[in-house]
Design a protein around this ligand. Structure first.
Ligand code: ADA
Length: 557
């Protein structure tokens, strides 16, 4: 709850490494901390342990004492936390935040040790499999903070806009800890006026409030309100936005106006930093997207960092956020442990992100086998879990099963990942624009069937590889990709049925060389509109011109 005494533990930590298949517990006493590394950071991008698999052990001394609260915002692939040699927590989900409350003992200097492991788990319940088309880094991806544990912990705070233009919001809170005598929380908006009362029973409460001087949040005017919530002597300050996203008559609406999403799938990754992306890189990426006339990102394919979502709130960039999954097969979809983890982590994502106005769509299970009836129970549970926690946002999943998909009735938005003129189509050397338009028209027709036509349609992935510096217009060249993407964007802009397209992908990203189901030149997925260091390819310039109306005179050929 409170920020008093909060320490951000980012910085230089000592580091030791255990090769794969070396058990940590048997070796704790003989670890050799012979390297200094940065946290956040991915140990498998240090020169010393480049692309190695095993356990990276991070260690530092911290000042602490008594009941403490440690917040780990995200690591991978799994982690164990030790305090003065005693295990205090385990994390089995990559990218997900964890709150660890523990007794730190006498005030003074203590040892914190975080062991993260990036070895593959090939069992059906695994959340990050070796065939995923993005790199399975080992490291502390996002920051770790430490603070004295508040007597009253805010486990969930939800601020859901009801009638944004009038400023009415529903606030729902769940507190734990010293809540027995707690009968109310005080709410104050934007540091002004009197506090309003939220009655509490057993630490929970829910009520509608009126925000004074309501100001809408929108991509063009991303205004943020704040709510200060006090309970039991502790307080939280939450930023939120007054905006409404709806699905009506087969379209997406934002604040009552039809919405056309044009943007990119963005991995929160960098070739030098892995998933520990510096603020400067994230901010440059988002500024670049906005300047190119794009209005959204899909945070593929895992929960996004608080830092990134706060930037999207401030810049007015819309976000589809999704929990971790990629091509999961029937064995996984029907595995009880996998199902439990997916439901738990999908709800954790929504709890983490619910107050970010930039997040307008919840997603999950990218390209799972939703062409199988066996997928329906988990898809249904995930959709229900999200709607139960947050009825204010549509839910969806990116499917490559297209017309064979049997779960589309369970979600609010139809989202097709399709690769005309790249996968499984006429392998002609040059971009066949008619083929692209034909494929997209077929998807529009399919989604116009009575059972689907009330649901908005998104082309949630589409693209082609383009190796930087390869020119000539043939497959793998920059012009081929630009011709394909320009055709797609023009089609979507001209389509009344289609609520947008999220191109694959923002920039080239590290994946696997051999055992990935996608062929990847040099270990990188090169479908980026920018190269791995964010240098623009022809398609970036071509689409920026198109989207910022620099070449309106150029007609479609
Ligand atoms: C799929 C998948 C992406 C990426 C893409 C590709 O649509 O969802 O993560 O792998 O294919 O590049 O082939």
């Amino acid at each position: 709850m409170s920020s008093k005494g909060k320490q951000d533990l980012s910085g230089v930590w000592e580091f030791a490494f255990l090769p794969e298949k070396t058990p940590l517990k048997d070796n704790l006493a003989r670890l050799r901390f012979d390297l200094l590394v940065a946290v956040p950071g991915c140990f498998d991008l240090t020169p010393e342990y480049y692309l190695r698999r095993g356990t990276g052990i991070y260690r530092r001394q911290v000042e602490a004492g008594g009941e403490m609260e440690l917040i780990s915002e995200g690591l991978g692939l799994r982690g164990e936390f030790y305090w003065d040699g005693k295990q205090i927590a385990t994390v089995d989900a990559p990218f997900s935040p964890r709150v660890i409350r523990f007794d730190a003992g006498k005030p003074g200097e203590h040892e914190l040790l975080v062991a993260v492991n990036n070895e593959f788990d090939d069992t059906p319940s695994s959340l990050f499999r070796r065939d995923y088309d993005f790199y399975a880094h080992g490291g502390i991806y996002r920051k770790i903070t430490l603070a004295p544990a508040a007597a009253v912990h805010a486990d969930e705070i939800k601020i859901i806009p009801l009638e944004p233009e009038k400023g009415t919001v529903r606030i729902a809170v769940k507190f734990s800890g010293a809540v027995s005598g707690l009968t109310q929380a005080e709410i104050r908006f934007d540091g002004q006026g009197e506090s309003a009362i939220l009655p509490l029973k057993d630490g929970t409460g829910e009520q509608v409030f009126q925000v004074p001087s309501p100001h809408l949040w929108s991509p063009d005017d991303p205004f943020l309100h704040t709510a200060e919530i006090q309970a039991g002597g502790e307080s939280s300050s939450i930023e939120f936005g007054l905006r409404k996203v709806e699905c009506r008559n087969g379209k997406l609406y934002l604040n009552g106006a039809p919405l056309k999403l044009i943007g990119c799938n963005r991995h929160d990754a960098h070739p030098e930093f892995g998933y520990a992306v510096p603020l400067d890189i994230r901010l440059r990426d988002l500024n670049r997207l906005k300047k190119a006339g794009m209005n959204c990102i899909r945070g593929c394919h895992y929960p996004q960092s608080e830092e990134l979502l706060s930037l999207c709130d401030r810049l007015g960039i819309l976000v589809w956020e999704e929990s971790l999954g990629w091509g999961n097969n029937e064995a996984a979809l029907t595995d009880p442990e996998f199902q439990a983890r997916q439901i738990r982590e999908t709800r954790n994502m929504a709890v983490k992100s619910v107050n970010h106005p930039s997040v307008i769509i919840w997603g999950f299970l990218n390209e799972a086998r939703t062409d199988l009836e066996a997928a329906r129970p988990l898809v249904k549970s995930l959709a229900e879990t999200l709607r139960e926690f947050d009825p204010s946002r549509p839910v969806t999943y990116g499917t490559c099963r297209l017309a064979k998909d049997v779960c589309l009735d369970l979600v609010d938005v139809i989202s097709f990942n399709t690769y005309p003129c790249w996968y499984g189509f006429d392998q002609s050397q040059f971009c066949n624009k008619d083929d692209i338009r034909k494929n997209l028209s077929e998807l529009v027709d399919f989604s116009s069937k009575p059972e689907y036509r009330e649901k908005p349609l998104l082309i949630s992935e589409i693209g082609a590889e383009a190796l930087p510096g390869i020119y000539g217009g043939q497959r793998w060249s920059e012009e081929y990709q630009a011709d394909l993407l320009e055709t797609v964007v023009r089609f979507v802009l001209g389509s009344d049925r289609c609520s947008g397209t999220i191109l694959w992908q923002y920039c080239d990203t590290r994946t696997f060389l051999s055992n990935c189901s996608q062929s990847a030149a040099g270990g990188f997925n090169s479908k980026g509109l920018l190269d791995r260091y964010r240098n623009p390819k022809i398609s970036w310039r071509r689409l920026s011109d198109l989207l910022t109306n620099k070449n309106t005179q150029k007609k479609e050929d």
